[in-house]
Design a protein. Structure first.
Length: 121
């Protein structure tokens, strides 16, 4: 699929998609027609972009994602990169974020309950 369709299906801008490609998070291939400069993206790129978005929401940086994806794909094995330790650290960070979010959610609910009580004064 071409970048316009990919952008439409993912609600990401073309610039964002190009940025992810420049950083090695996704890949494309030259289009079938050799007379143009169109690039084709495989269908699974939609799922990859959704995963990238979720990972960023969970606190992954672009460089962490690029390193992690390259390790998973086996395209670039960085010496000394301990994927298990990396994942353990990221799991801890996401769990901390969840705990903080749950605490804030409790505060919001308490505030809502307090505001819903009729004034007894």
């Amino acid at each position: 699929m071409r970048i316009g369709e990919l952008a439409e299906r993912t609600t990401l801008s073309r610039d964002t998609i190009r940025f992810y490609e420049r950083n090695g998070l996704i890949h494309s291939a030259p289009g079938e027609a050799s007379s143009n400069s169109y690039r084709d993206y495989p269908d699974e790129t939609v799922e990859r972009l959704a995963m990238i978005r979720e990972a960023q929401n969970a606190g992954f940086s672009i460089s962490e994602l690029a390193l992690f994806i390259s390790q998973l794909e086996g395209s670039s094995v960085e010496a000394g990169f301990d994927v298990e330790a990396f994942l353990e650290r990221k799991i801890g960070e996401v769990e901390d974020k969840i705990r903080r979010s749950e605490k804030f959610l409790d505060a919001l609910r308490a505030t809502k309950r307090a505001l819903a009580r009729p004034d007894t004064g």
